[in-house]
Ligand binder design. Structure first.
Ligand code: FE2
Length: 157
C-alpha cells in the first residue's frame, strides 16, 4: 500500500463553496495498491468544516464503463452522484440530468456506474474511511458540477 493522493485545500479551491475558507488541510488522502484482490484503494477524508462546508473529495467521472464499488468502513459519509447529460452520443459536461445525495453508513456498499460523477463528503465527527475497487483512471472535466454554484441539502449545508 502506498499514498497516491494527498489533496490540499489549495488543490480543491475550484470546487469549494468558499475558495478562501480554511479547514482541515490536507482534506483527504488516497492510498493505492491496498490489495491484489477486490479492494484497490483506501480514501480517508478528514472531519471538520471548510468554512461552512463539509470536507469532500474533488469528484470525477470515470473514463471507461467498468462499475466501481465503494465500501464505507468508518465515519458518516454522503455520496453525491450526478448523472451525465448526453446529447445523442455526445457528453455535455456542463449539464446533468439528475443529482442524488446518498447517506452511507459503515458496512454499506455502493456500486457506481459510468454515467454518474461522484464525490464523497464527510458529514461526521470523525474521519471517513472507505475502500474502493477502482483501478482504471478518471476524467476530471466536470469541475462545474461540484463547484460552489452547486446544490445545498436540507440539514447538510
Ligand atoms: Fe471513482
Amino acid at each position: 500500500m502506498k499514498l497516491s493522493t494527498q489533496k490540499t485545500l489549495e488543490q480543491l479551491k475550484s470546487v469549494l463553496k468558499n475558495p478562501e475558507a480554511t479547514g482541515p488541510d490536507p482534506v483527504y488522502f488516497v492510498f493505492m495498491d491496498v490489495s491484489e484482490d477486490k479492494w484497490a484503494n483506501i480514501t480517508i477524508i478528514q472531519n471538520g468544516k471548510i468554512g461552512d462546508e463539509y470536507p469532500k473529495t474533488f469528484g470525477h467521472y470515470h473514463s471507461n464503463p467498468t462499475p466501481e464499488t465503494y465500501h464505507l468502513l468508518a465515519g458518516s459519509g454522503i455520496l453525491q452522484l450526478a448523472k451525465k447529460h448526453m446529447d445523442g452520443d455526445t457528453w455535455v459536461p456542463e449539464m446533468v440530468d439528475a443529482v442524488y445525495l446518498v447517506k452511507v453508513k459503515p458496512g454499506e456498499e455502493i456500486v457506481i456506474t459510468e454515467e454518474y460523477a461522484h464525490s464523497w463528503s464527510n458529514v461526521g465527527e470523525m474521519p471517513t474511511i472507505s475502500y474502493d475497487d477502482w483501478r482504471s483512471g478518471h476524467l476530471t472535466g466536470f469541475t462545474l458540477l461540484f463547484s460552489r454554484r452547486k446544490w445545498r441539502t436540507k440539514g447538510y449545508p
